[in-house]
Design a protein around this ligand. Structure first.
Ligand code: ADP
Ligand code: MG
Length: 393
């Protein structure tokens, strides 16, 4: 799906009011009946219908008349609700270029009022290959109701909580700024994913830092579970930052050893292939840890003094309810087996809708974007969609 920030420039107070009404209706309707949207939004003189037509035209809503006449939010619609909330909170005021496309996310630059540039990650848990979607649907069919917006919101909340906790415990991660719906705001990492790095002046040191992180995470009770050259950023000074946390698990997970070994193996394999270096036996003093090294030179999971920081338990006690954590764990376990790659099919599948976080209609006022220095700036306006072209500059 293409995220077209320009559309946001044309959204009025009424547009957001109706979008929010649909979001509220989706808490207990897969497809929200049109009359219900009208009742929640309560715009005068049949205004809701006109607004819905516009939202549909801009793909913020999806129309479904198969069982009854109704609408649901698209990811785009959900994006704009999250962005609007962040703008209202003063977290940022403009959305810039896209800087990353993850397996299940889109990353954009955003600008704050005082000119700082941050990053937002919009989670898209439905965006996977058709086969993976199907296996998930088969799996999820037997469980209580799930939906992709709900799962994306959980992924964002989990990522935000983990990023914050890791930062507090001195791990090199982006600064976690804020979180709303499926959107995480964080500091922009000045660097490149390791996969893009062809040369390092101090390969051995970078390698040991990275393996040291896997070990230190385990000592704190956590396993990254997707620790690879795409989720490690390196800056010009060869400083390492790790990113991408929604799939992390506790060292008490029943597959912990396998996940740990897989993370370690990914790093060994990458450094062997890219830098043609064998590290067997050279990792016996990782970051001051007392970890044993096996006969292949890999840190040994069972020898790690786990739960030094009890971070897994701390996190389990905060952030999510048990049910939410179970929901996301089940989903991500299926995900890990499915070897999913990105594709657009998932965006069209927003089924079994329930449990959505809703914004209060009272919070809704209007937004306006106009172009300034490559960013789409946002300001208040009373104009509606159709009149919205006037702010082009
Ligand atoms: P996914 O979970 O979809 O893999 P990631 O969190 O790994 O998403 O982000 C995808 C890509 O976006 C990363 O590989 C990286 O290039 C870029 N990216 C993510 N977060 C940041 C950030 N805070 N600063 C700069 N680039 C980032
Ligand atoms: Mg990633």
């Amino acid at each position: 799906m293409k995220f077209d920030v320009d559309v946001l420039r044309y959204l009025s107070k009424d547009d957001f009011r109706v979008l929010t009404a649909v979001e509220m209706g989706m808490r207990n309707h897969e497809i929200v009946p049109t009359e219900l949207i009208d009742r929640i939004a309560s715009l005068k003189h049949g205004g809701t219908y006109k607004v819905m037509k516009n939202l549909l035209k801009h793909k913020l809503l999806h129309h479904d008349a198969s069982k009854y006449d109704g609408f649901r939010l698209t990811y785009l619609g959900y994006d704009f609700l999250a962005i609007k909330t962040m703008v209202n909170r003063g977290v940022f005021m403009a959305v810039g270029r896209q800087i990353g496309v993850g397996k299940e996310s889109d990353i954009f630059e955003v600008a704050t009022e005082d000119g700082r540039v941050l990053a937002i990650k919009l989670h898209r848990l439905g965006r996977v290959s058709f086969r993976a979607v199907k296996s998930k649907r088969d799996y999820l069919k037997h469980r209580s109701s799930f939906n992709w917006l709900y799962l994306s919101r959980l992924a964002a909340l989990k990522e935000f909580s983990f990023m914050k906790a890791l930062e507090e415990h001195g791990f090199p991660v982006p600064n976690a700024v804020d979180c709303n719906r499926h959107c995480v705001v964080m500091s922009l990492v000045q660097g490149y994913p390791l996969v893009q790095v062809k040369q390092l002046s101090n390969v051995e040191m970078v390698f040991e830092t990275i393996i040291g992180l896997v070990v230190r995470l385990a000592e704190h009770g956590l396993i990254h579970c997707d620790f690879n050259e795409f989720n490690i950023m390196i800056d010009d000074d060869e400083k390492v930052t790790m990113i991408d946390f929604p799939q992390m698990v506790s060292v008490s997970h029943r597959n912990a050893q396998m996940y740990f070994d897989r993370d370690v193996e990914c790093i060994f394999k990458f450094f062997r292939k890219r830098f043609n270096i064998l590290f067997e036996g050279s990792t016996d003093d990782i970051d001051g840890s007392e970890v044993n090294i096996d006969e292949n030179g890999r840190p040994c999971f069972t020898s790690i003094a786990k739960n030094v920081g009890f971070l897994d338990k701390e996190l389990a006690a905060s952030g999510f309810t048990r049910k939410e954590d179970e929901d996301i764990k089940k989903f991500i376990e299926v995900e890990a087996d499915s070897d999913a790659h990105s594709g657009d099919e998932g965006n069209e599948i927003l089924e079994n809708v329930s449990n959505l976080e809703g914004a209060s209609i009272r919070d809704i006022d209007s937004l306006h974007f106009h172009k300034k220095g490559g960013m789409c700036e946002i300001e208040e306006t009373q104009e509606n969609f159709e009149a919205g072209g006037s702010c082009e500059s």
